[in-house]
Design a binder for this molecule. Sequence first.
Ligand code: F6P
Length: 496
Amino acid sequence: VSERSAVQPGAEVLVASNRGPVSYVLGEDGEPTARRGGGGLVSGLSAIGPETDAVWVCSALGDGDREAVRRTGGLLDTADTGGQRVRMLDIAADVHAAAYNGIANSVLWFVHHMLYQTPVEPVFDADFRGQWAAYEAYNAAFAGALADCASPGAAVLVQDYHLALVPGLLREVRPDVRIAHFSHTPWAPPEYFAMLPDDVQRQLVLGILGADRANFLTQRWARAFMACCERALGGDCTAHWPRHDVPSVIAMPPDRKAHRTRIGVHGLGADAEFLRERSRRADVEERMAVLREQIGGADRKTIVRVDRTELSKNIVRGLLAYRRLLADRPEWRERVVHLAFAYPSRQDLPVYRDYTAQVGRLADEINAEFGTADWQPVVLHVKDDFARSLAAYRLADVALVNPIRDGMNLVAKEVPVVSDAGCALVLSREAGAWEELGEDALGVNPYDVVATAEALHTALSMPAGERAERSARLAAAATALPPARWFLEQLRALAE
Ligand code: F6P
C-alpha cells in the first residue's frame, strides 16, 4: 500500500457491502498485504471490474484493513484491488464488532437461515438494544459515505443484511440517487421474521423499502420478503405480484411520503469462463496429484463438499449421512472417499468455534470406525485454498450440497462446470440453487440423513453416461446468468 491522501470519487455507480473485494493482513514488519475477499457476494461482484468505473464502498474488517485505510485515506491503491476503485470505511472497531458479530451474524443471519434453537433463543434484551444502536450507527456511516461519493442521479447498489437500513437512510439525504438493495441470503418466512421486536422488523423492511428496487436470488425469497412487509407494516403498505408485470411494494408510513419499491429476482450464476481457465492451471494440477494420493486407489469414487464451516451449510448432517452410507451399504467401503473441505468462518462467535470442532471430531470418528490400512474414508481439509477446491471439483464424482437453507449456493453451480468427467449433484431442496438445478440434481431434505445417505448411494451408482448428461445440463443451467451479466441486469433494471 502506498502512502497517499484520500481522493473523493464522484461516482455514477456505487456498490456498498460490508466485506470488500480485498482485505489486508499485517505482516510481521507491520506492512499490510492485500488478499482477495471470499464468499458468494464477493465472487458475484468481482466481475463488475474496473471498466464500469464503479466505486465499491466497504468496511475495514481488521487491523490490516485499518492500517491500509490509515495509509491511503480510505481510497485503496488500485494495484491492490485489480484496478477496481474501492473506498474502505474505518468505522470504529467496537461499532463494527457489535453491528457485524452482534446483529448481522448472530441475529439477521440466524433469522433468515432459521437457525435459532427456539426454546432458549433468541432473547432480545438490553444487550441486543445496545448492538442494535451500533447497527444503526454502522448503517448511518455507510449512508453518509455513499451520499458523499455519489454523483447527481447516481446508481447505488447496496448489498445484503449488513446494510438493510442504508437505502432508507440514503434516500432521506439524497433523494436524487437511484437505489437498489440485493439480498444474497434467503429471506425468512413471516412467522419466523415476527420473532424480531416489532420496531426492528419495521425498521428493517422500511430500510430496504427505501430502495427503488429490492432484489433477491429467487422468487421464493422475494415472496417471503413481500409477506414480511405486509405483516410488519400492516395497513402502511400494499404488496402486489401481478401475473404480467413487475412485483412491487408500496410503503406509506404515516410520517413519510408513499414510495414504491419494485421487486426483482436475479439468480446469480457461475462464471464458466473464469472457472474453466483457472481450473486448468498448474497449481490446480499439482493439488489434484496430492488429492489423488490421499484418495488412494484409482477406481475409488469421490464425494466432494466445499463450504465455509457455517452452521447453515449442514456439514455435520452431511458427515452423518456419509457414515450411514458406509454402515448401510458396505459395498462402498474402500471404494469411496469423501473430500470434505470446511473452511473456518466467523471464529469470533463461540457457536461457530464449537461447530468447527464438531465437524473435526465427527470426521475422526468416521475414519476410526471404518478406515483401514490403505483407506481413509474422510479427507477433511480446513485451510482455505481456492486451487485445491478447484482440484476437488475436477475430481468429483458426486458433489454434496446439503444446506439447511441457503440464498443460492454457488458451489452447487461451480462443480458441474469444472468436474472432469461430470458429477452427480446431491442438492438440498432448501438451497436457492434448487429452483434452477432441481431437474437434474438429486434433491434431499437436509434434515433427513437417511434419505441423504440414500441419495449419495444413488449418485454413486449412476451410470457414467447419465451422470455426464445430467452434469452438462446442470452446467448450462448454472451458468445462465454469469456475474457480469447479473450485475449489468440489475443496473439496467434500476435505470428503467
Ligand atoms: O450469503 C451472503 C454472504 O454475503 C456471502 O457472500 C458470504 O459468504 C456471507 O454472506 C458473509 O460472510 P462473511 O461474514 O464472512 O462476510
